[in-house]
Write a new protein. Sequence first.
Length: 134
Amino acid sequence: MRVLLIEDDESIREVLKMVLEAEQALATPDAELVVETAATGLEALELVTRVRPDLVLLDLTLNGEDGFEVFKALRSAPGCADLVCIAVTAHNLWEFEVQAKSAGFAGFITKPIDFERSLFPLMRRLLAKSDQAA
């Protein structure tokens, strides 16, 4: 199982990667959880077609980039039209959540991230849904 984490802040990116990799309960019996990271939309575009992630966590406020535009670019990459993506932001405004859902994001999480009550249950639900569709 592969997760692509797109976060421009290096310290947040490294902590998120470490926490996600430690949560092997998200893995399946057949595959361990592997977390790939990108700091920019361009890096993410290079990775997404090569890695083929099962799930993407995308910071909506990347340094100098609009996360919604990055999401559109990722979805337009070859073979990625159905990419499952969770929007991550520090902006706890319902407008962001509405915009994310209407843009096609599968979920919305605010920082600081509550892993046990928010992120992990959402990831489990989305990954189970994508397993059923496969």
